[in-house]
Write a protein that binds this ligand. Sequence first.
Ligand SMILES: Nc1nc2c(ncn2[C@@H]2O[C@H](COP(=O)(O)OP(=O)(O)OP(=O)(O)O)[C@@H](O)[C@H]2O)c(=O)[nH]1
Ligand SMILES: [Mg+2]
Length: 207
Amino acid sequence: MIVVKDAKFLTSATKLADCPHPDLMEVVFLGRSNVGKSTFINLILGKNLAKSSSTPGKTQLINFFTSIWERKEPDSQIISFRFVDLPGFGYAKVSKEIKKKWEDNLWEFLSKRVSVKLFVHLIDARHTELEIDNYVNEALENILRNDQRILNIYTKFDKLNKSQQHLFYQKGRVVASNNDKIIDKRYGGKTKIQEIILNGVLGIGTD
Ligand SMILES: Nc1nc2c(ncn2[C@@H]2O[C@H](COP(=O)(O)OP(=O)(O)OP(=O)(O)O)[C@@H](O)[C@H]2O)c(=O)[nH]1
Ligand SMILES: [Mg+2]
C-alpha cells in the first residue's frame, strides 16, 4: 500500500540554470500541449497544485512540486521526490522564435538535469502514433542514462469506447483519466499508477 502523505508547490524556472538544487530524485511529465499533464499530476498527488486549463499552452514554466510518499509494506518507508510539470510541446499559438527557445530550454533541461530518474511521457489515448510523440520517444531514448527510465501513459482514456479500452488493456498499456472511477478495476486505478511511478523513480522492477 502506497500513500502520498504531502505535496506542495516548490518553485518555477524557465531554464536549467534557474532550477532548484538537484538534491532530490525527480519525475518529469512531458507530452503534447493539452494532453493532460497538469491534470494527471494533480490526480496522482491528490491536490490541485498544477494549473490545468482547456486552453492549450497553459503551463509555460518548468514547475517543481515536492512530494512525500509512504510505502506501508513490508515495513513503513518514507520516500521524497519531486514532480516536474513541463510546458507542452507542439503548442502552435506562439511565434516560431519563442517556440524554438522553449524547446531548446526544455531539451537542455531534459538531457542535463542530473536528478531526473523517470520521464513520464503522456500520450493522448485517441492519437497514439503521432509523429511528434514518436519523435519525442526516440529523442528520449537517445539521451537516456543508465539510472533513468521512460514510462508512457495514455491519457483521456474515458474518451475511448469499451472495445478500444479493451485493446489498451490487452496491450498492457498504462492508462489514465481525469475521472479516476473510469479506470477499470482490472487495472487497479490510481493506486496502481502511483505504485508504477514510485517504482519507476526508485528503479525497481522491470519495465
Ligand atoms: N476527458 C478528459 N479530459 C481530460 C483528461 N485529462 C485532462 N483533461 C482535460 O484536458 C485539458 C488540458 O489539461 P491540462 O492538464 O491543462 O493539459 P496539459 O498537458 O498540462 O496542457 P499544457 O499545460 O498546455 O501543456 C483540460 O481541459 C482537462 O480538464 C482526461 O483524462 N479525460
Ligand atoms: Mg500543463
